[in-house]
Design a protein around this ligand. Structure first.
Ligand SMILES: Cc1cc2nc3c(=O)[nH]c(=O)nc-3n(C[C@H](O)[C@H](O)[C@H](O)COP(=O)(O)OP(=O)(O)OC[C@H]3O[C@@H](n4cnc5c(N)ncnc54)[C@H](O)[C@@H]3O)c2cc1C
Length: 521
């Protein structure tokens, strides 16, 4: 791994700087829906008896884990340890859409709350819940690339690194995110931004069909031709709102030549680096994606890092106008990389095998640890004023001075390019005009005192008050339990249509959590 290359997982960890078979082959109905064998039977709900739980477990092609089972203490965990206290009633590892339908019916029959889980990375812990039945789709993790770039079918439980690895072996890619252990389902349903977004769009923009099991246990394959409104909502409307996705069909792209670059600067230049970067990223070729990171943890650092879909010489030429205007870097790297290696670097998995680039809690050979963090997000609509740039530098200085034990800071991820060629209402992902997103976060370890966590939360509020522009909203995949105006922030003008889709496909609010789309405005 080139020292100092981009690594968003590393940002959340080290910015603590101190941080199959494709089960998608299961029987589908065409959209419009065919009753599945487990379609919801009518009858008064009542608590399930032990025998009923056992009968339900026996009916699954996958398996059920319950409190008291040996696997339960680990299987109940999400990515973020801050949710470790959640105690679901059961975790149903669903191996087919039929398993999902049976699980929905069982939960409805016995008045058990549902949560849906793929990679388990929800910032709000919304893929689990005490007293809930967790529908876990990870057994449906197959990835079936087409012989040539065209479309691929990906099981809803696939982790990003496996998608990249399998498709990359066929010279293809689907643009996704950077964290290797994130699930394709949560990522895609909320949009999915990453290093190839400016060139090829969001993950959701490359979706051609999605198969979902709805609240009435129907299996629907949704596309522009069938259940178009639900298909629209699944491209940015956010996970856990409309049903359980069991597979996705994506358009793939031939892997282009890839160049990585990283430049570190003295902290004294942070204001100017961020200011010049925001002007440069607005005009640079869409083949270039980058971010500007201002981080605290063992000191303060400012870094511009990115990926270009072009050879090194062309990439260097595109970077030249930026480098001519910023202070001299203290560290520079620019070099060609293969696609899968690039995604491993991006994932913080440089030097590891793909098998090792998984969580140690979910894969036998996984070596990655979970990470406790809190985060919020916002967007940059137009180049930030000098005063706002100063505010950014100040909040990172404040974090470094007052809470040196917490890693964290602000990362500005470039948008534009293909993300902004789609109209705000064409998909449920509304954030289509911005030049960058902002993610502010801090992370901690199990030995961090509670008082520092309280102070960290106050710091995030301070960032919101001094740096954010509330009119630009927030990214629904960085779902933020502390946000009060989240409906507007995540969905903007698309909210009324999402509410209508919710009312139509989930009239009883079976899929609900603290920030799920409501049935009425
Ligand atoms: C370290 C880290 C790095 C990240 N990097 C990026 C990035 O580069 N780009 C980006 O866009 N995002 C990124 N994210 C955010 C990520 O996209 C979201 O957290 C996403 O929701 C996680 O999906 P998941 O399947 O892993 O999580 P889960 O917790 O399993 O699911 C997230 C939400 O989707 C729902 N859901 C899960 N599976 C299904 C399903 N099959 N059907 C319907 N609903 C479902 C859940 O109920 C929950 O509400 C990152 C997150 C982390 C923690």
């Amino acid at each position: 791994m080139p020292a100092g290359s981009i690594d968003r997982r590393g940002f959340l960890q080290a910015s603590a700087l101190g941080a199959a078979g494709v089960a998608v082959g299961a029987a589908l109905s065409s959209c419009g829906g065919t009753s599945s064998p487990a379609a919801h039977p009518v009858g008064p709900p009542g608590p399930a008896t032990t025998a009923q739980w056992a009968a339900y477990a026996a009916s699954l092609q996958g398996h059920l884990v319950r409190p008291g089972d040996r696997a339960y203490p680990i299987d109940k965990l999400l990515y973020n340890p801050r949710f470790d206290a959640l105690a679901p009633l059961g975790i149903a590892y669903c191996a087919s859409p039929d398993d999902v339908a049976r699980s929905i019916s069982f939960a409805r029959d016995h008045a058990v709350r549902l949560a849906v889980r793929s990679g388990g990375h929800s910032y709000g812990g919304y893929s689990s819940g005490s007293g809930h039945l967790v529908i876990d789709v990870t057994p449906m993790a197959g990835i079936a690339p087409a012989a040539a770039p065209g479309t691929t079918r990906v099981g809803a439980g696939a982790r990003l690194i496996d998608v990249y690895n399998v498709l990359g072996a066929h010279g293809q890619l689907v643009p996704g995110g950077s964290c290797p252990t994130v699930g394709i389902a949560g990522l895609t349903l909320g949009g999915g931004v990453g290093v190839f977004s400016r060139r090829y769009g969001l993950a959701a923009d490359n979706l051609v069909a999605v198969t979902l099991v709805t609240a009435d246990a129907q299996v629907l394959r949704c596309s522009p031709a069938h259940d178009e409104a639900l298909f629209w909502a699944c491209r940015g409307g956010g996970g856990g709102n409309f049903g359980v996705a069991t597979s996705f069909e994506f358009r793939t792209h031939p892997v282009p030549p890839i160049t990585l670059f990283t430049y570190d600067f003295n902290w004294s230049g942070a204001h100017d680096v961020l200011g010049e970067w925001q002007d440069w990223t607005r005009t640079v070729n869409d083949a270039v994606w980058s971010n500007c990171q201002l981080l605290s943890g063992g000191g303060t650092t400012v870094r511009v890092a990115g990926v270009s879909c072009a050879p090194s010489t062309q990439t260097a030429a595109w970077l030249a106008p930026l480098l001519a205007r910023v202070p001299a870097p203290t560290y520079s790297f620019l070099g060609a990389e293969t696609y899968v290696n690039e995604m491993m670097v991006e994932s913080g998995c440089s030097g590891l095998t793909v098998a090792a680039c998984h969580l140690d809690t979910t894969f036998a050979n996984g070596t990655l640890s979970r990470q406790a963090f809190a985060a919020s997000s916002n967007y940059v609509a137009a180049p930030m004023s000098s005063a706002r740039l100063t505010a950014v530098v100040d909040v990172v200085d404040q974090l470094a001075a007052e809470l040196p034990g917490l890693g964290g800071g602000l990362v500005f991820d470039a948008l534009g390019g293909a993300v902004n060629t789609v109209a705000a209402t064409d998909t449920a992902f509304v954030h289509r005009t911005y030049l960058a997103s902002i993610q502010s976060s801090f992370s901690w370890t199990s030995s961090t005192p509670a008082s520092e966590l309280t102070a960290g939360a106050a710091w995030l509020e301070h960032v919101r008050a001094t740096v954010y522009d509330p009119s630009t909203g927030a990214y629904q995949n960085y779902i933020d339990p502390t946000l009060t105006d989240w409906r507007q922030a995540y969905y903007g003008v698309n909210l009324p249509r999402l509410v209508a889709v919710k009312r139509h496909y989930d009239p009883d609010d079976v899929f609900r959590f603290a920030q799920s789309i409501p049935r009425r405005l």
